[in-house]
Design a protein around this ligand. Structure first.
Ligand code: CIR
Length: 260
């Protein structure tokens, strides 16, 4: 059960955000509308939002998820793997210090993006998957694993550097609760996920793998009918959200909020 989320709308220079996809420039007005609908959906799921002001110094700063890892035990500030994003953490630290007594940090040479961290409770045990990616290195993943272990959580590292079309682990993996994971085809046969029931995302719907279970609902990117139908058959209540403008900048549903 989560009760809060931190969000930040995109700034006017959102078009300068990093991206690896060629889907064109985002439409700012539409991005704001989509962000507002996202916030409304989180509130509908029962969350109280802390909505930060847009931060024009950092074009990627709407993707707040990458700046921290929040667990039931505490908060870890990340050190984002893209140099242009490292400065985003300072302001998030200030915000999180209102909610957490203590904040841990990833230090150089470690890098870690929150998008590479997937909490996936199994049989009542707190477990985390940590992706090693273009953004998160071994040092960052190791530091996070140790920190998690110190509060009784387990972690498995998943190297995704050989998978071309995902930026972060959570671009291809989501925990649905109930021992279930949503996974893209390229991750479906990995040993790391044994023990979970896998819900496979069809190749043509890959983007929807970055869905988010928020209390009683699963938020999914709209336009992925097959996956949404599968979730409904499994008994989940889904909420579909337009994400086109964030997708253009390599962002998914999870990265737009820090939920705790
Ligand atoms: C970036 O490249 O860092 C941003 N344009 C997208 C970050 C997406 N974050 C996430 O999936 N957690």
């Amino acid at each position: 059960m989560v009760t809060r989320a931190i969000v930040r709308p995109p700034g006017l220079n959102f078009t300068d955000a990093l991206t690896t996809v060629k889907l064109g420039a985002p439409n700012y007005a539409r991005a704001l509308e989509q962000h507002a609908a996202y916030c409304e959906a989180l509130e509908h799921c029962g969350l109280t939002l802390t909505c930060l002001e847009a931060d024009e110094r950092y074009p990627d700063s709407t993707f707040v998820e990458d700046t921290a890892v929040l667990t039931k035990q505490g908060a870890m500030l990340t050190r984002p793997g893209a140099a242009s994003r490292i400065g985003e953490v300072e302001n998030i630290a200030e915000v999180l210090s209102k909610f957490y007594m203590e904040l841990s940090s990833i230090h150089e040479p470690g890098t870690l993006d929150g998008g590479d961290v997937c909490e996936a409770e199994i049989e009542g045990r707190n477990h985390f998957f940590i992706g090693i990616s273009k953004r998160t290195n071994e040092d960052g993943a190791g530091r996070l694993s140790e920190w998690l272990a110190s509060s009784g959580c387990t972690a498995t590292v998943v190297d995704i550097r050989g998978i071309n079309n995902i930026l972060h682990l959570k671009s291809g993996l989501a925990c649905l609760g109930d021992n279930r994971l949503a996974v893209i085809v390229a991750l479906a046969d990995r040993n790391e996920f044994r023990g979970y029931e896998l819900v496979r995302v069809a190749a043509q719907e890959e983007y929807v793998a970055n869905c988010v279970r928020v209390n009683d609902h699963v938020l999914v990117a709209s336009g992925h009918p097959q996956f949404e139908a599968t979730l409904r058959k499994l008994g989940y209540k889904t909420m579909a959200l337009e994400m086109s403008e964030f997708q253009k900048m390599d962002g998914g549903l999870s990265c737009l909020s820090l939920r705790f």
